[in-house]
Design a protein around this ligand. Sequence first.
Ligand code: SF4
Length: 536
Amino acid sequence: MRETTAGLRSSGFFRFIDPKVFLGENALKGQKLLAQGNTLGMKAIINAPCKGKSLKETKEKDKYMIDSSAFQGKKAAYYTLGCKLNFSETSTFGKMLEDMGVITAKRGEKADICLINTCSVTEVADHKCRQAIHRMVRNNPGAFVIVTGCYAQLESENVSKIEGVDLVLGANEKAHLIQYLSNAWAQKFAQENGLAAQTPQNGDAESSQNGDAASLHQHYSVKTKEIKTFQPSCSRGNRTRYFLKVQDGCNYYCTYCTIPFARGNSRNPSIQSLVAQCEQAAAEGGKEIVITGVNIGDFGQTTHERFIDLVKAMDQVEGIKRYRISSLEPDLCDDDLIEYCAQSRAFMPHFHIPLQSGSDEVLKLMHRRYDKALFAHKVNLIKEKMPDAFIGVDVMVGCRGETPECFEECYEFLKSLPVTQLHVFPYSERPGTAALKIPYVVDEKEKKKRSKRLLELSDQKTQEFYAQYIGTEAEVLFEKAPRGKAMHGFTKNYIRVELSPALAKEEYDNQLIKVRLGDFNHDKTALKAELEVKGS
Ligand code: SF4
């Protein structure tokens, strides 16, 4: 730590805050905004003075709930593992810290604060999380290390024991990241300087402090059923597209999945607050929003609103030219919704539907809520209403109970369907899941063989889909690229397009440009934009 003790004392730094009781009137307003999905709420909390007075009125920093002065000019590094939702949340954590005066560390720069947002979808993901934590600790000696995300929720105590880790926040606590950080930061300073630190009051969160003198090793996580908070996230990051989180958690409890344990039950903010976030994105120049969540189609568990009404309301937001729905469970991808998207202003002909298995027997073992017939109906309806639609499909291979016959059935089913791309995930055993009770186990070698076959099928289908559009005109939303490099972007129906360095222009970033689609690029991952037609 770099501050002098006297400096910190005079700024009231050593006041420890109970996240459950510390909120003043303005901060409570901020909490309300946050609960509605409005990230401005965090700003309100950070800047909220005690007794409802403004900064100008009080001028007494030590009356503030969170004293951000200790964070001014500090540098933070972030590392995210897992899904789009995690990336979106990390970006929000970044914004929260930025509001506290923290700067994002440049590549190679040492950080004062490290935040690792973890994933626990497979055993491999867990391993990668541990590696990422060790790497962050090693590369940033003395930094304050925070770990959050799914792995942090499921293995809270174990993660807290890793050398160098100061603070582990579970799914419920991450929404109060700033409060926890502020508390723990002060304690760490006190610990390093041999000062008496007050123990924080953590309500019903489980917490502990152990281990070496250098790190706090605190962990806070509540039980799954007590996960109630919603961390709003609408991030742009370095990308052109915005990722708007509309829902969190899942009530489905598929037998192989740990996500409901890691993220809690399904919950969502209001349509009104989400539309406000879309309007904000449009005001910032955003043109495309990807709707994210854990089980998006289950939207409405908290507010009793319907997902289709959210879609209709978002479609009205001026300035947003494109929406994509990141994933929809087949049983929640209503026919009405498909029909609405087909005639909507801005919802793209692009769907992502997890199938997981093309065998009814395996679907039953997985406790999935549909059968092959329902899945085929959804795919065919999408193609009937939107013949150009890109359909991505998640498939899990080698799960327990997937006999060679079941796999062949799945392969043939997928081959017969007009889907565009397969996202293939080899099954991974997860502690505590019901799938472990299924006796039939597929060995790793066989899993690899099955994955390879499905990936080949996927390449074939994607290339056939792309090939249909060679020679046609399309509107592409281009993304920023380093100078002198090719630019990439996507058509409405999610064909990846490459603009050669000779044609690429900086001003095309985040612009919808009409191009003629040419042949495949060198590795067949995109179509080359042959001819620039006209900007729009
Ligand atoms: S729907 Fe099933 S697979 Fe998806 S998050 Fe929920 S429990 Fe997991």
